[in-house]
Write a new protein. Sequence first.
Length: 320
Amino acid sequence: MSGGLIGPVAVLDAMPQDMQDKVRGYAEGLDLRFAASFSEEAFAEAVKGAAYIVPRGRGLPAEVLRGADSVRLVHQWGTGYDKIPLDVAREMGVPVARSPGVNAPTIADLTIGMMIAALRRIPLHYNNTRAGKWIVPEIVPGARDLSSQKVGLIGFGAIGQLVAKRLTGFDCEVLYYRRSGPAEGTSARYAERDEILETCDIVSLHMPLTYASHHTIGADELARMKSDALLVNTGRGGLIDEAALIDTLTHKRIAGAALDVFTQEPVEPDNPLLRLDNVLPLPHIGGHSEDNLRRMVSHWAGNIRAFHEGRGIDEACLVT
């Protein structure tokens, strides 16, 4: 620890200097140490002597955690903790925390944007116009409005509920499914998964990746979807059986997919999903906005300060 700062805090992300400066500005009072690269060796070096570890998109390898001899708390940068070895953390007696719901507004906004972009074929026309091709058809083949579409949300936590709220402004009929059953305080209608898959124009995934939710959308589920349906995933790549999705999209059994997440990230350049014209791919940028950076860093930094000072962390933030 330097100059009375709390830490060291190992941030497992290889950020450029300007981003590091922004994060430090929002993490007042913390002695931040950023990984030099995304390699496991760089992560292992960053956690040496660190009292706190903040994994981000690349997660926390089990061996890196085992080698963190001074760690007192692991705090996930965002919400999803599927890349943190909870079993190892329990063995070591190290609590794990996260920031539930903090990034929900940002991801909900992106979800709506992806729906509109995919439905209206915006990337196609953006690329044509940038290439100097002024193509103005009477209609855009396959293009549809978001307004009045029937949208099904599978998963209805903080993000799903904000997506539903935003969709009401587009006069959409919104259905949702969650394992725990109907929710209170929403105008969206609870429905079973089969009804959502079989009747909705858009199916959007908003659940954490767990053993139970792995490949929640596979060949059977894709076969139930309407031929003109759009599948949206801003959750985790592992929620979808990618091989089944590639086959479905290649043979145009559904209209398309808008994906911010993939089974393997960074996505391999030869992944067929990147070459299909009925896929809108993004590089897992759901929570990457200036506004969300401030909210997210302020939240986990506040939790680390509270833990360090013995004030405890809100139980809603604790994973184990």
